[in-house]
Design a protein around this ligand. Structure first.
Ligand code: ZN
Length: 196
């Protein structure tokens, strides 16, 4: 069984959003087109409370896109994004959802960010995605969505560690920072990941 994991295709990560990824909207048609090729399609959704510690606005003198230590973990401080119930947190209306069996929300614990669709960054809690996929007999996962150098990369790395044959859909993702993504791609390949 093969699954497609669609990561965070949410309004705030698309052009016009508060944490937009350049050309992020250009991957949606491709993602819509490939969904029917998979036995199982799931999505993840960044879903933060307003007082989430990943927001620069919740730190005294917090500066966006700088890194600080939050509860012992390096944390990039982001602009407010994907606030629970807001328009920015909604999955894009351009994303076809009729193949999506389940949406796994992440980033709800104010103390810790959650880039991966499987675990928070401190590995304190699982989203249930691994159990869902394993129960359905999934052995191979393909990951697409936003952003390539953060949530897609960390979801893919966790998938490898959890024993899935794992690939990133090259044309189904866009990075925030191209150079950072280049380095992370190498790390992913070293761990046994591939690209489709
Ligand atoms: Zn977030």
């Amino acid at each position: 069984m093969k699954a497609l994991v669609i990561v965070d295709i949410q309004n705030d990560f698309l052009p016009g959003g508060s944490l937009s990824v350049d050309f992020g909207d250009e991957i949606i048609d491709l993602i819509n087109g490939i969904q029917s090729r998979y036995n199982i399609v799931v999505a993840t959704q960044d879903w933060h409370p307003l007082d989430h510690q990943s927001f620069a606005s919740n730190h005294v003198d917090g500066v966006v896109f700088t890194t600080t230590l939050v509860n012992g973990i390096d944390q990039v401080l982001w602009p407010d994004h994907c606030v629970q119930g807001s328009y920015g947190a909604e999955l894009s209306s351009k994303l076809k959802q009729h193949h999506i069996q389940a949406v796994f929300r992440k980033g709800m614990d104010i103390r810790v960010d959650s880039y991966s669709g499987f675990f928070d960054n401190g590995r304190l809690r699982s989203t249930g995605l691994d159990g869902f996929l394993k129960e359905q007999g999934v052995r191979e996962v393909h990951i697409c969505g936003l952003a390539a150098d953060f949530c897609v990369f960390y979801t893919a790395m966790d998938a490898l560690e959890l024993g899935y044959k794992t690939a990133i859909v090259s044309k189904g993702t866009k990075p925030i920072d191209k150079d950072m993504y280049r380095n992370k791609k190498e790390l992913f390949i070293q761990q046994g990941g591939t690209f489709v």
